[in-house]
Write a protein that binds this ligand. Sequence first.
Ligand code: PLP
Length: 391
Amino acid sequence: MPGYAHAMERLGTETAFEVLARARELEAKGKDIVHLEIGEPDFDTPRNIIEAGQKALEEGYTHYGPSAGLPEFRDMIAKHIADHRGIPVSRENVVVTPGGKPIMFFAMMAVLDPGDEALYPNPGFPIYESVIEYLGAKAVPLALRQENEFRLDLDEVKDKLTPKSRFLILNSPQNPTGGVLPPEDIRALAGILRDYPEVWVLSDEIYSQMLYDGSHASIAVEEGMLDRTIILDGFSKTYAMTGWRLGYGVMPTQLAEMVARLETNCNSCTATFVQRAGMEALRGPQDASRKMHEEFRRRRDHLVAGLNRIEGIDCLLPEGAFYVFPEVKSLGPSREFAKQLLEEYGVAALSGTAFGAFGEGHVRFSYANSIDNLEKALVRIADCASAFRKS
Ligand code: PLP
């Protein structure tokens, strides 16, 4: 049989999809499962957005479009980012992609060479480490710890930056911890990066509108950072549009041209009717999205209180996104705990190690599920924890 590229040995994956597949297998055999594994809102896309997508199809948005995105949509995104972040960006800085994920891949492809060093949060979204390694660059983890409220340890950042550093990834609010980088840390980090002008920053802000208190802070606004920051954002989470595949990056013009060229080589463009639906998401009423967010807050409070009542589980109250990342260290290895939880107790969750080695001692629960189901899950998690305490 013909062989495969060596680089494929370095390409990782997202365990969430594997756990979902196993959970479905168990369901097919008749087992009742509460799904707390997958990172997508359980709400439907708001009606006005669906109708805008349908109307666009009727109007003939069924053809190829420009690789960087429809000009009117890029204008709208630039205005949205300028208004929300307070930075002077325009159409030329915006590239629309099928989901936010391609921005990670394309941005790293455009700037990383083999041997370059890229710093990334760990635990963190698994695709960061996967793409860095796939490209032959060196993945340098920045540990996020519960005792530090899952903030970056700025001394560690200083220690790990070297003359070979070319890329640094930030994600706030964060997956999997729900942690938020406080503005003072972002400012301090920008100060540290001033000594490393060769380092690009990918600021993954996909959960920027899923913040429970305070307002979102982006490193792009800090002095000197706009010229070296790629903001990743999109519609999947805020507007419950995961399956539509719609996201974007905001970055310096020259990089935007390169990312658009990668888009030409890969997808040609993002589906044009989907972009028209995205326009409605940005300019239409925001109440459905707001309601969803308030419901997430209720669930978060409920889940965190319930988890902290279980002996052996210690859970912080996350400030953003829709995940909790409790410590379960005293009960046993994370992977074992998550496995038993699914196989024996019918709760699908992810081991902290699915987000990198520094996730050991934790599990991730997504609270994109109803209060009733969270209640059911809590009883089962308590039973599982009790069994681990006895073993
Ligand atoms: N960034 C983070 C931190 C995420 O958690 C996700 C999705 O789970 C994405 C980016 C990708 O989002 P999209 O579905 O828009 O590609």
